[in-house]
Design a protein around this ligand. Structure first.
Ligand code: SF4
Length: 610
């Protein structure tokens, strides 16, 4: 095989063993890599109903045929597992030197199972894999952990670790790399903690065999140059995703006070231009020339890496309008190893619950000191923090009353940073995303607002599906960053050329779309297999707040979603995908995608249409 190593490393933490596995070429050509590999491995090897925090769960670090071969934005890694937050498929991607090193060590993916008896670090160097005592690192935050390991290993080693949130099994803990590049929103750090795995260090020294290495070298040079020519390149370097704050404010979709409103009175204090005034440098993933991490000094003088999502979820969504203080909360989140989106959502949920008297604890919007204390309590699962550490879906059940009405999640994953009172298509993107309410699979809100935000028509469902195939399918399987493609506008043809030079194979748009559809459909089947009798189409409906509580501020005052029209749009979506009225893929759909064996297995868990 060219472009892939053809090899996985299976690591058994219970017995301190590792086995090198050769996989079949058909796996690569059908599932490509990254998310595709992860979905297939979880489907094939993880027994239905496995407890996500049990030793049996698998933690997968997967790369793709474009990862780590000198191409623009190719230092990405997919981390996947059965999610302890949602109970369904979970993954996330992160920029890390670990991505390159896994490939250079000779693997396309690491599959970790079992549970170490005491805290360990896995150290992989090419074909060796050792298990090292991590007792002295347990209890340390992710920055301290990486710093200590960085001193011990080479500067180029790939290091990922968890902080105290992962150790203490907070259900939205992430895996952290390179001081704040975190991945795996649905609790991938939690799974790592459940396995007593504090960190992974990978050092690879082998070349990756490519089909056309000379062409690849030239394509990489040209690709980097092409990115520099994009009209919004320099503004991107200045602000990264932070320019979205103003756009969302103008269009009434800036999450504010637990998604109650779409505008924030202090938006200017947290926008990209305010950030530029305190910015000290850029930080980014390996092999990237459009680094989008904005480093600022926080209110305590520490470096903090800001982007749109963390600023908004730990800012306007919790009523905080001071960027340096937001930076402090963000730094705390990265040190403890929390997902910032879920953290911001669960804090906002607690604030609204406090305001409405559902809980006795007092916590006001924007109360910086109280928020800091609460974040620490969540990390160590103390008092109210212990309830919030379970995520917003479970916390709403514990709080009771009508708190579910302001619990902002889909399938247990907290909604990321776009308010959808005025955006039914984006709401559908959240409703049908592969991991719960995340924007990674499809970000159609700007298109939607430009082309007709009030419509719930079939064209919207069609556009969403195309977007999901590219963003949630293709880029997650290539395992490279999607930002050169969107928003910068590097055409898909570049990726087809990259794939050809890497693998020697032709990848037409039709072939890419079919692989993506296969991956996303398998993930859907995975959710249904895990949920069994509990599966129903209401799981694809976003939170009640967007249907019931109209906006009371801003130029879209009075707006809310229409549930009947949303349901019709959802039915259209299912019909285009070849799924039945409950969102279950039909047997014929699975067969068309080459998933006939999966159809036979799925039928044991749910009633399926022909
Ligand atoms: S654009 Fe940002 S997220 Fe993408 S590779 Fe570069 S630094 Fe990483």
């Amino acid at each position: 095989m060219k472009g892939w190593t053809g090899t996985f490393l299976k690591i058994d933490l219970t017995n301190n063993k590792s086995i090198i596995e050769q996989y079949q070429e058909s796996l690569a050509s059908n599932f490509l890599g990254g998310r595709g590999f992860a979905a297939k491995i979880l489907w094939d090897r993880l027994k239905a109903g496995t407890d996500p925090l049990s030793p049996e769960n698998l933690l997968i670090f997967a790369t793709g045929p474009l990862t780590g071969i000198g191409l623009p934005n190719s230092g990405k890694l997919v981390i996947a597992s059965k999610s302890p937050l949602t109970g369904g498929y979970g993954d996330g991607n992160t920029g890390s030197w670990a991505a390159l090193n896994i490939r250079k060590a000779g693997y396309d993916a690491l599959i970790i199972e079992g549970k170490a008896h005491t805290p360990v670090i896995i150290h992989i160097k090419d074909k060796t894999c050792e298990f090292l005592d991590a007792k002295d690192l347990w209890g340390k935050n992710s920055f301290e952990t990486e710093e200590k390991l960085r001193k011990k290993y080479s500067n180029l080693a790939g290091i990922v670790s968890i902080g105290q949130a992962g150790e203490n099994l907070v259900r939205f803990a992430t895996v952290v790399s390179q001081e704040g590049r975190a991945g795996g929103r649905p609790g991938m750090g939690t799974v790592m903690g459940s396995k007593n795995l504090k960190a992974l260090v990978v050092e690879g020294t082998q070349p990756i065999t490519l089909a056309y290495p000379q062409e690849m070298k030239q394509l990489a040079i040209d690709g980097y140059k092409e990115i520099l020519t994009k009209p919004n390149y320099s503004f991107w370097k200045r602000q990264g995703t932070m320019n979205t704050v103003d756009w969302c404010q103008e269009n009434s979709c800036l999450p504010t006070r637990n998604f109650k409103e779409g505008v924030f009175d202090k938006a200017e204090d947290i926008n990209g231009f305010t950030m530029e005034k305190i910015k000290v440098s850029n930080r980014g993933c390996p092999q990237c020339n459009m680094t989008c991490g904005n480093i600022v000094k926080d209110s305590e003088g520490k470096d903090s890496e800001l982007d749109y999502e963390n600023v908004v979820m730990l800012g306007s969504n919790i009523g905080l309008g001071n960027l340096k203080q937001i930076a402090t909360l963000n730094r705390m989140a990265d040190e403890y190893g929390f997902d910032t989106i879920s953290l911001g959502s669960i804090i906002a949920f607690a604030m609204e619950s406090s305001q409405k008297g559902v809980i006795s604890e007092k916590i006001d919007w924007g109360d910086f000191e109280a928020i800091k204390a609460l974040i620490t309590d969540i990390a160590y699962k103390r008092g109210l923090g212990a309830v919030l550490a379970e995520g917003v879906r479970t916390a709403a059940k514990t709080f009771g009353g009508d708190s579910n009405n302001w619990a902002m999640h889909v399938k247990g994953l907290e909604v990321s940073a776009y308010d959808c009172h005025t955006a039914p298509g984006m709401a559908l993107a959240y409703g049908t995303s592969s991991i719960g309410a995340h924007h990674k699979d499809a970000w159609i809100i700007t298109w939607e607002i430009q082309t007709g935000k009030d419509s719930y028509n079939q064209a919207k469902a069609e556009y969403l599906i195309k977007n999901q195939l590219i963003r949630g399918g293709a880029f997650e399987a290539f395992t490279v960053c999607r930002f050169p493609y969107t928003p910068l506008g590097l055409q898909l043809e570049w990726y087809q050329k990259y794939l050809k030079a890497s693998t020697g194979q032709d990848f037409s748009i039709e072939r890419i779309n079919q692989i993506s559809d296969r991956i996303l459909t398998l993930i859907r089947a995975y959710w249904i297999r895990e949920y069994g009798n509990r599966w129903n189409r209401d799981l694809d409906v976003p939170p009640p707040r967007w249907f019931n509580d109209p906006l009371t501020e801003g130029n879209q005052k009075g707006s809310k979603l229409d549930l009947d029209k949303y349901q019709t749009m959802l039915s259209n979506y299912y019909s285009i995908k070849g799924w039945d009225e409950n969102g279950v893929p039909k047997k014929s759909t699975l067969k068309k995608l080459g998933l006939q064996n999966e159809a036979i297995q799925l039928e044991k868990h749910v009633k399926m249409k022909e």
